[in-house]
Design a protein around this ligand. Sequence first.
Ligand SMILES: Nc1ncnc2c1ncn2[C@@H]1O[C@H](COP(=O)(O)OP(=O)(O)O)[C@@H](O)[C@H]1O
Ligand SMILES: [Mg+2]
Length: 454
Amino acid sequence: MAKNLHAVIWTRITGTPQKMGDLVLGEQQIVFTYTDHYHQSELAGLSLLGDQQLWDEKSVHYPVSERVPLFPRLISLVPGKNPRNLQRKQYLNILRQEMGREPPQNIETEWKLMLLGGHGGVGHIDVFQDDLAADHWYQNAGKTRSGTPANKSQIWKMAKREVLDQEIEFDPSEVDLVLGPTPTVGGMISKILVAIDKEKLEQDRELVLFRPETKGAWDVILKIEPPEYRGLLDLEALCLKLHDDAGFKNVPTFNRYDDGALKFLAVERFDRSNKKPVPMESLFSIIASGDHNFRETGDILLEELGEIFDQLSTVVELAPETKRETYKRIIMALLTGNGDLHLENLSLIGNLNGCELSPIYDPAPMRAWPRHNILSAIPFDPTNHKTHSEYFLYLGSQFSLSDRQTKNIIADLLEATEGYTEAIMELDNVPLTQREQLTDIAERERGGMRRVIQ
Ligand SMILES: Nc1ncnc2c1ncn2[C@@H]1O[C@H](COP(=O)(O)OP(=O)(O)O)[C@@H](O)[C@H]1O
Ligand SMILES: [Mg+2]
């Protein structure tokens, strides 16, 4: 990289846009410098551990590497490299047009992609090329406005082409006119951040789309099912409902909707409150910000998570039930066949002066598909335990739970998932092989946990 790359970060956390500071990426490190004004404020900072209240100086530093080339908090603002990532395709199209050639595969291009889609995304951080670009965005696209519904046809064409692999022509610039570049959002499944008319969807089964932040419309993450995971969104919806029935707090409202071959899951955005952004950060980002040797989910063990929350509590005001809630989520994932509860699927919401686990998201039971059939995306050390079920019982102690509390949690969640396998078998959209594989797994895990609490 020949020279430093520059950007600015703004936020609308108070409802009014304001600058947080300047960002510079060099060869070895990335530096964020707060403005004087923001440095003196108690508003949420760049990230939990990058909060200005923890840094005497105005600059926060992070040593970059190939694996974590930016502040960990900024990574979810760069569209992922999954071939079906709609934002990456859309922004690469824009860059291709601007440059008149194929954008090279390097950090400069990744930076440009972040500048194109890194505002209006999940959480309270908006990244722009410069203050002028920020101003322009807040005056136009990023403004809460009353809106007219977007013409869906171009968007549907894009989804059919990019997600369903149908040979359909569409004009990316028209999608741009309708929705603007929709903000980047993390994860593997194709999705867009939009607003929809909730009543029309619930009552008339009609999906009317608006740009995000439209007044009176419902801000959602709209996930689009890829053909290689047929039935995924039905399984995800089932597991959201199961968490709700099991008494998990704040399960977001969701709606499954089909339009011909296109299958959608709309999940209410919980990183917005009265149209104002709420800070949200994944455990991956929090841990990587605090420990510069940590580079990927596999760098910690499940049994270390409790201790990580304890350490975090020495600097941030963390809700007291966080460890217990995390343990419950881990057990629920085990019982439902979700081996994909990784550190991007767990987030804290709030700031230094008060934060807690975010509502549940992405509880899809991925073990239904053979290549995702692993017990836990976060590794663990089962040595000294006769079975992995015994390990998960022991794990409660690592989250400061007594033997009795742990057993009660497991018993409650076993009860809450009593009808799970029958419910799976009723999902006709899910291929039979997947339903059978998942019910086998769920029965086995449930049996294992039932035995260890007896
Ligand atoms: N309801 C929601 N409100 C706000 N942010 C969300 C919500 N659901 C997911 N997210 C954010 O979007 C990211 C991607 O969503 P996720 O459901 O995990 O997709 P995927 O199945 O592709 O991994 C998550 O990592 C999280 O940061
Ligand atoms: Mg996810």
